[in-house]
Structures are given as structure tokens and as C-alpha cells.
Design a protein around this ligand. Structure first.
Ligand SMILES: [Zn+2]
Length: 68
């Protein structure tokens, strides 16, 4: 499954909606209500705030990059 990371280190997945070329994302953590969208130019725009206990993955960046 595709995972999209924004510049803050949060992961998202597509929620299936698309409107006028903008694709909508929800936080990869199921408990979290965070959301974002991707514009046609690939720019990720933040939507709803993430839950307080949803942490970005900046601390794991090096490890994740190795995996990808
Ligand atoms: Zn989140």
C-alpha cells in the first residue's frame, strides 16, 4: 500500500477521494483524525490536525530511508 510522507514526517494514505485533481489523504494511524491533500503539482497541504498522541516519524528518518 502506498504511504505518503509530508514534510513534518507524518504518514498518510489515500482515502479514495479526488476532486479537480486534488487527492485526499488520511493519517496512516487509524486512531488519528489527521488529514491532508495533494495538489496537482504534488504539493502536500495539511488538513485537520493530528491527534496529540500521533507523533511524526522524524526520529526514525534514517532507519526509514534505509528501508525505502
Ligand atoms: Zn496522525
Amino acid at each position: 500500500m502506498n504511504r505518503i510522507e509530508d514534510d513534518k514526517g507524518y504518514f498518510y494514505k489515500f482515502n479514495g477521494s479526488e476532486r479537480k485533481g486534488v487527492r485526499y489523504l488520511t493519517c496512516y494511524q487509524q486512531f488519528c483524525k489527521g488529514s491532508a491533500s495533494i495538489r496537482q503539482n504534488g504539493y502536500i497541504v495539511s488538513g485537520k490536525d493530528h491527534s496529540p498522541n500521533c507523533s511524526p516519524n522524524n526520529a526514525d528518518d534514517e532507519r526509514l530511508n534505509e528501508k525505502i
